[in-house]
Design a binder for this molecule. Structure first.
Ligand SMILES: Nc1ncnc2c1ncn2[C@@H]1O[C@H](COP(=O)(O)OP(=O)(O)OP(=O)(O)O)[C@@H](O)[C@H]1O
Ligand SMILES: [Mg+2]
Length: 186
């Protein structure tokens, strides 16, 4: 028989799989709403940048992007103790990437192994299911060099986006991380 806590966690996980109604307004307006709402509720400055105003992606991709940002913002409000967050979405012809960077206290290696924590694992599993990947780069304060946390999601897209309409764009925090050798991803 399942315990009450088990049932609750299962219900929460099922809810996470559902498509949020706000996505009816389009992925980018939904992401803007999320960051504005998090900023309003927490008092943090949340900056959102995107290289396009509209994007047409399949529902599972839109849900994954939305849920990744939602879980990351929740984590930042719960754990990071920071005042500033930078979110950027870059849409390219064959892939989409989302980066959420905070300058908070960072994640210790042991934090990632907590047996009752599912947020980071869930985001990574969702990305893998869609043929993409998710990376969490972070150095914690007690590792001597607090750098905050960067969550980076990359998902493949169908090749039916208006390629010419998309200007080149970069993720500044990802570039900085790469320059400091903090990530091995291409
Ligand atoms: N942005 C962040 N800054 C600092 N610490 C973080 C951040 N994100 C996650 N953590 C640490 O990593 C741990 C694991 O995060 P995860 O999202 O998997 O679980 P959780 O938030 O504890 O619980 P839940 O299952 O409800 O998401 C957190 O408990 C916290 O210690
Ligand atoms: Mg969490």
């Amino acid at each position: 028989m399942q315990t009450r806590a088990h049932v609750l966690v299962t219900a929460l996980r099922l809810q996470q799989r559902l498509r949020p109604a706000i996505l009816d307004q389009g992925l980018i307006p939904a992401l803007r709403w999320l960051v504005d709402d998090a900023g309003r509720r927490s008092g943090m400055t949340v900056d959102f940048q995107c290289n396009t105003d509209t994007v047409n992606v399949d529902a599972p991709v839109a849900v994954a992007v939305y849920r990744t940002l939602q879980e990351s913002m929740t984590n930042i409000m719960k754990h990071a103790r920071t005042t500033k967050v930078e979110v950027s979405l870059v849409v390219a012809p064959h892939k989409l990437s989302l980066e959420i960077a905070d300058n908070g206290r960072g994640i210790r290696p042991a934090d990632r192994e907590k047996p009752t924590s599912f947020g980071l694992r869930g985001m990574a599993e969702r990305a893998t299911r869609l043929g993409g990947w998710l990376e969490v780069s972070s150095l914690a304060q007690d590792q001597g060099q607090a750098s905050g946390t960067v969550v980076f999601l990359s998902l493949p897209l169908q090749a039916r986006l208006p390629v010419d309409a998309l200007p080149a764009a970069r993720h500044p925090a990802a570039d900085a991380r790469r320059n400091h050798g903090l990530t091995a991803r291409p």
